[in-house]
Design a protein around this ligand. Structure first.
Ligand code: AP5
Length: 223
């Protein structure tokens, strides 16, 4: 399947995307993760992207579209993929449709999640991540067993993300409202939007997303 996970910062795109990818056998393609790897390796792309990411702003469309074009063309993405964090502007959505059309393909569904901003800011301030396997934890609702190390890598200390500082988070929400939220109308118009709304647990949301991926465009409520 070719799926897109759409929603504001902290809504759970990465958390749910990893599960969907594991179940479908398709790769999870996270543009945020690709950019963070480029930053960590200090590539020219990473050095340039870092300025935007640290400021909570979107990286230019042409840079991101080039990354996605290359990544989705790889062998492991031939049967499908789960896109996390892309597209994030209407221009990116149009570019994605065009590059899939060149290959005789189209998206199966755009899975949209939304919960209130106060809850998302609370989640992001508590988010901790394993630098090795990228498993997400939360100091508030979903801590690791000892609260400090990854359950799967007991020698590795969990880290907070640099762009989860509160002032940066607020700018990321501004970017989301201005540039990404219009994609809800865009994909409603194309008939590809599947909405899963409400504050359910990770498991409840996952079940709702799985069902939404294969059903009519009707909002599902969890929690
Ligand atoms: P990116 O990494 O994509 O960040 P984001 O979209 O802001 O999303 P997050 O990764 O912060 O959150 P998430 O929705 O994945 O939530 P998570 O599962 O971690 O992008 C980072 C930056 O890269 C951007 O700001 C931009 O600069 C650049 N960029 C990336 N893509 C771009 C593009 N296409 N164009 C231009 N620039 C781009 O969950 C969050 C927390 O909540 C976790 O602690 C988790 O445990 C917890 N949680 C999850 N689900 C639940 C639940 N149901 N209940 C309770 N807690 C939950």
């Amino acid at each position: 399947m070719r799926l897109v996970l759409l929603g504001p910062p902290g809504v759970g795109k990465g958390t749910q995307g990893r599960r969907l990818a594991a179940e479908t056998g398709c790769p999870l393609i996270s543009t945020g993760e690709m950019l963070r790897e480029a930053v960590a390796q200090a590539t020219p792309l990473g050095l340039e992207a870092r300025k935007q990411m640290d400021a909570g702003r979107l990286v230019p469309d042409e840079v991101i579209v080039g990354l996605v074009r290359e990544r989705t063309a790889r062998e492991d993405a031939r049967a499908g993929f789960v896109l996390d964090g892309f597209p994030r502007t209407v221009a990116q959505a149009v570019a994605l449709d065009a590059l899939l059309a060149e290959r005789g393909l189209r998206l199966d569904a755009v899975l949209y999640r939304w919960v209130g901003e106060d809850e998302l800011i609370r989640r992001l301030s508590g988010r901790r991540e394993c630098p090795v396997c990228k498993r997400a934890y939360n100091t508030a609702g979903a801590p690791s067993r000892d609260g400090v190390h990854c359950d799967d890598h007991p020698e590795v200390a969990l880290q907070a993300r640099a762009d989860d500082a509160e002032d940066v988070v607020r700018r990321r929400f501004d970017e989301y409202r201005g540039k990404t939220a219009p994609l809800v109308d865009h994909y409603t118009a194309t008939g590809q939007l599947r909405s899963v709304l409400g504050r359910g647990s990770v498991d409840e949301v996952y079940e709702a997303l799985r069902r939404a991926a294969g059903r009519d465009p009707q909002a599902t409520r969890v929690g």
